[in-house]
Design a protein around this ligand. Structure first.
Ligand code: MN3
Length: 236
């Protein structure tokens, strides 16, 4: 496994960096799609998310979604949002792998162990407290949503189509941008609830993984996304 980590770690150096990540730029990503490198070293979320999990998750799982998406989509210049706006008419392979690519690109970006990013900005704190009762209640509700999700999927904090913050979950690699999900909205925070995201370290303890997840949330970025999400409109 040490050798695998070394090989994967080296391959990271060769990948393009996703610069100036804004929500809009993630939504506008166009085919053929590329895997960007992690925005931080794979070991930087330790001890909450271990290095080996990060390397396998990014270099194998995420890369797999990108490869399969390009193989199944074939067309050039198709944006993520084009796919999500007609997700209900897409093949399972395109839908799942497009979701897989977008969700992971988004996920790497809202994680950090940088102390200045781990503190929730006041404006976001205020809106979360007003919406959910308190930040503590929000976290409890978010964790509960992850706990009750049967099988693999994602838990999200979104700005819904009414402009309000809301917690929602999607199965598989679906996300709230897709045209046929139960609750649509703009993701501003997401937690990967697939076993590959936590099994090496947490085994079957999904709840423990989720309660530790708060230690690595890049609230500064989530706050930027929260502000930006007010101006992004989903096509009906
Ligand atoms: Mn994953």
């Amino acid at each position: 496994m040490k050798l695998l980590s070394l090989v994967l770690g080296f391959s990271l150096l060769l990948l393009p960096h996703l610069s100036h990540a804004s929500l809009q730029s993630l939504i506008d990503l166009k085919s053929p799609f590329e895997l960007s490198s992690l925005p931080y070293p794979a070991n930087s979320l330790e001890p909450f998310i271990d290095s080996e999990t990060m390397l396998i998750h990014h270099d194998l799982h995420h890369q797999g979604y990108v490869k399969a998406l390009n193989e199944n989509l074939k067309k050039k210049g198709v944006s993520m949002m084009d796919i999500f706006n007609s997700a209900s008419q897409k093949s399972e392979k395109v839908r799942n792998n497009a979701g897989g690519h977008w969700n992971h690109t988004f996920f790497w970006d809202i994680l950090s162990r940088d102390e200045s990013s781990n503190t929730m900005p006041k404006s976001l704190e205020k809106e979360i407290a007003e919406t959910f009762g308190s930040v503590k209640k929000f976290k409890t509700d978010f964790e509960a949503k992850g706990k009750e999700l049967f099988g693999s999927g994602w838990v999200w904090l979104i700005r819904n189509t009414k402009g309000r913050l809301e917690i929602t979950a999607t199965p598989n690699q679906d996300n709230p941008l897709m045209n046929d999900v139960l609750v649509r909205g703009i993701p501003i925070l997401g937690a990967d609830i697939w076993e590959h995201a936590y099994y090496l370290k947490y085994r079957n303890e999904r709840v423990k993984y989720l309660s530790n997840f708060w230690n690595v949330v890049n609230w500064k970025r989530v706050n930027e996304y929260s502000e930006e999400s007010r101006d992004i409109k989903l096509k009906q």
